[in-house]
Design a protein around this ligand. Structure first.
Ligand code: VG1
Ligand code: CO
Length: 563
C-alpha cells in the first residue's frame, strides 16, 4: 500500500449516543446510518485525550451482525487519530472476558468491544459498542459521560479511507499513515484466555471428575453456547483440554444472528439446555450469553442454581481454587439487587463485603485497590479479580473445580450451603418493552410513595404474611476508593425482617423500557429450604405489584421473564 493519509470528514451530530449500563446499545439499523458509528468511535478516542497518541488498543466482540464493518471503521479511524497499534481478534471475535484479559496482559490503553451482549443480533437485532479502560474494565461513569458529551457537539471525524486490513488470518500488518507506522496485529481469539484459565484452575482435577475413575462414574456435562462468542473457547477448553465430547458442546459456532436465539442464559431463553438436562443423564449444565460474560449453572435434573446463590457458594469454597490459594480472598461484593446470600458468607469468614450499583464497572475500583476478589450480579454475572469483567466460562470452571474438590453434586452443595447459612430466596420479574413514559410515571409514583415519612412503619399484608416497611429510597452509592457518587440506582423498599422489594429500569435495552422487579426474603427454617421460591415469595410479589400499580401503569398482567 502506498502512503496513506488522513481525511477530515464533516459529520452531523446524533442524539442519544449515551452509553447505558454497559456501553451504547441500539438497533443495527441505527448504527448503519451514515456517520453514526464513526461519530461514536471518534468520541471514544477523543475522550482518551493526550494518552491516545502512540497507544495500543484491543478490538473485538461477539461476532454479531455488523461487527466486521465496525472493525474496519475502527481501523480507519484509529489510524487517523494517532493510535500506533491495534490488537484485533481473528474475524473480530473476542469474548468480553477475553478482551479484558488481553488489555491487562499486554498493558494496552484499553479496548473497544463490539457487542450488545445478551440482546438478539442480526440485521433486525441490536449492535453495541463499549469502551474498556487500561485496567481491563468497563469505562466508569466519568468516562462514559465524557464520551456522551463529546458526541453532542462532534462536528468532524478523522479517517483513513483507503486503509483496509484483512482480519480473517492471524498476522501482523504495518502501514505508513501520514508518514508514521500503524500496525494491526490480528491475534488468535482464544489462546491468551485459555492460558489464563489454566493458570487459575486445577484442570487435572476437573478432568478427572469429567472422565471418572474406579470410584466415581464420569461426571457428565452439557454446555450450550447459544450460538454466541463462547463457542471457540468452549471447544478449546472443554473439548480439547478437558476431553468433553463434541456432542455435549451444543450451539458452539458463533453466528451473526445467534441462529435467531436470544443469547441470554436464563430459564426462559436457554430452555433447550434446561430441557435436555432435565431429560438426560447429565450431572451439570452451563450456558453463556452472546459475549460470554454471563453464565447459568444447573445440576442434575436441571436443578437450578440461582446466580445470587452461585456467588455465595463460590465465596464459601474459593479455597479449593489454585488462584485463590495464591492470592488469598481479599473481599466480596455484589450489585445492590443481588440476593444477600454472599453477605452471610462474608460475615462468617470475617471478610469485607461491598454492595455496588448494577453494572460491572462499579467493581473495578475495589479490585484495583486490592479489596475485592469475588463478585457477582443476580443477572447471571459472576467473576473475580483475574480480570475486570464478569466471566461466564470462568464461573463454569469455578463450579466444576468446587464440585471436583468437594465430591458432591451441585444440588447437595446448595443444600449444605443453606443448612449452614439459611436461604435467601430471590426472584426477578422482567417486564420487557413497556411504554417508556408510563414506566417512568410508575417509577415516579413509587418513589414519591416510599419517600413519604409515613411510609416507614407501614404494614403490608398478603395471605398469612405481614411485612413492615423499614426504609424506602432511591439507591445511591459512594465509591469507597475515589468517592465518586452514583445516584438514582433503583428504588428500594426494605422491610424490618430483611426482606426487600426493588424496582429498576433496565439500562441495556434498545427500545421502550424494561422494568425489573427484584424480590428477596431470608428464611432460616430448614423446612423451607427446598420449597419453590415462587411460592415462598408470592406474598411479597403480590405486595410489590399492588403497591406499584404496575398493571395499571403498564397494562401487563404478567412478566416476560421470571428468574
Ligand atoms: C443488565 C443486568 C446487569 C448487567 C448488565 C450488563 O443491566 O441487570 O446486572 O451488568 O445487564 O450485562 P440492566 O441495566 O439491563 O438491568 V451484559 O452481559 O448485557 O454486558
Ligand atoms: Co454479556
Amino acid at each position: 500500500m502506498s502512503t496513506l493519509t488522513t481525511a477530515i470528514i464533516d459529520t452531523v451530530t446524533f442524539e442519544g449516543q449515551k452509553p447505558g449500563t454497559s456501553g451504547l446499545r441500539k438497533a443495527v439499523k441505527i448504527f448503519q446510518q451514515q456517520h453514526y458509528t464513526e461519530n461514536f468511535i471518534q468520541a471514544i478516542l477523543d475522550a482518551l485525550g493526550t494518552s491516545l497518541a502512540g497507544s495500543t488498543l484491543v478490538v473485538g466482540g461477539d461476532g454479531r451482525y455488523y461487527s466486521k464493518e465496525a472493525v474496519q471503521k475502527i481501523i480507519k479511524i484509529a489510524a487517523a487519530n494517532g493510535v500506533s497499534k491495534l490488537l484485533i481478534g481473528q474475524n473480530g471475535i473476542l469474548s468480553t472476558p477475553a478482551v479484558s484479559a488481553i488489555i491487562r496482559k499486554y498493558k494496552t490503553l484499553g479496548g473497544i468491544l463490539l457487542t450488545a451482549s445478551h440482546n438478539p443480533g442480526g440485521p433486525d437485532g441490536d449492535f453495541g459498542i463499549k469502551f474498556n479502560c487500561e485496567n481491563g474494565g468497563p469505562a466508569p461513569d466519568a468516562v462514559t459521560n465524557k464520551i456522551y458529551e463529546l458526541t453532542t457537539s462532534l462536528k468532524q471525524y478523522k479517517i483513513v479511507n483507503r486503509l483496509q486490513i484483512d482480519i480473517d488470518t492471524v498476522k501482523s500488518t504495518t502501514v505508513q499513515v501520514d508518514g508514521k507506522p500503524f500496525t494491526v496485529d490480528v491475534i488468535d481469539s482464544v489462546g491468551d484466555y485459555v492460558a489464563l484459565m489454566k493458570e487459575i484452575f486445577d484442570f487435572d482435577c476437573i478432568k478427572k471428575l469429567i472422565q471418572g475413575s474406579d470410584e466415581r462414574p464420569p461426571f457428565q456435562i452439557l454446555i450450550n453456547g447459544l450460538n454466541g462468542v463462547t463457542g471457540p473457547y468452549v471447544k478449546e477448553i472443554y473439548g480439547k483440554e478437558l476431553g468433553v465430547s463434541d456432542a455435549n458442546l451444543v450451539n458452539c459456532v458463533p453466528k451473526e444472528d445467534f441462529g435467531g436465539l436470544h443469547p441470554d442464559p436464563n430459564l426462559t431463553y436457554a430452555a433447550d439446555l434446561v430441557d435436555a438436562v432435565k431429560a438426560g443423564p447429565y450431572d451439570f449444565g452451563a450456558a453463556f450469553d452472546g459475549d460470554g460474560d454471563r453464565n447459568m449453572i444447573i445440576g442434575k435434573k436441571a436443578f437450578f442454581v440461582n446466580p445470587s446463590d452461585s456467588l455465595a457458594v463460590l465465596a464459601a469454597n474459593l479455597n479449593v481454587i489454585p488462584y485463590f490459594k495464591k492470592t488469598g480472598v481479599k473481599g466480596y461484593a455484589r450489585s445492590m439487587p443481588t440476593g444477600a446470600a454472599v453477605d452471610r458468607v462474608a460475615q462468617k469468614t470475617n471478610i469485607e463485603c461491598f454492595q455496588v450499583p448494577t453494572g460491572w464497572k462499579y467493581f473495578g475500583n475495589l479490585m484495583d485497590a486490592g479489596r475485592l476478589s469475588l463478585c457477582g450480579e443476580e443477572s447471571f454475572g459472576t467473576g473475580s479479580d483475574h480480570i475486570r469483567e464478569k466471566d461466564g466460562i470462568w464461573a463454569s470452571l469455578a463450579w466444576l473445580n468446587v464440585v471436583a474438590s468437594l465430591g458432591k453434586s451441585v444440588e447437595q452443595i446448595l443444600l449444605d450451603q443453606w443448612s449452614t447459612y439459611g436461604r435467601n430466596f430471590f426472584t426477578r420479574y422482567d417486564y420487557e418493552n413497556c411504554d417508556a413514559d408510563k414506566s417512568n410515571d410508575m417509577m415516579k409514583y413509587i418513589e414519591d410513595l416510599i419517600g413519604k415519612p409515613e411510609f416507614v412503619g407501614t404494614k403490608f399484608t398478603s395471605g398469612s404474611k405481614t411485612y413492615v416497611a423499614k426504609e424506602g429510597d432511591n439507591y445511591s452509592y459512594k465509591d469507597p476508593i475515589d468517592a465518586s457518587v452514583a445516584s438514582k440506582q433503583g428504588l428500594r423498599i426494605l422491610f424490618e425482617d430483611g426482606s426487600r422489594i426493588i424496582f429498576r429500569l433496565s439500562g441495556t435495552g434498545s427500545s421502550g423500557a424494561t422494568i425489573r422487579l427484584y424480590i428477596e426474603s431470608y428464611e432460616s427454617d430448614p423446612a423451607t429450604y427446598t420449597q419453590d421460591p415462587q411460592m415462598v415469595l408470592k406474598p411479597l410479589v403480590d405486595i410489590a405489584l399492588k403497591l406499584s400499580k404496575l398493571q395499571e401503569y403498564t397494562g401487563r398482567d404478567k412478566p416476560t421473564v421470571i428468574t
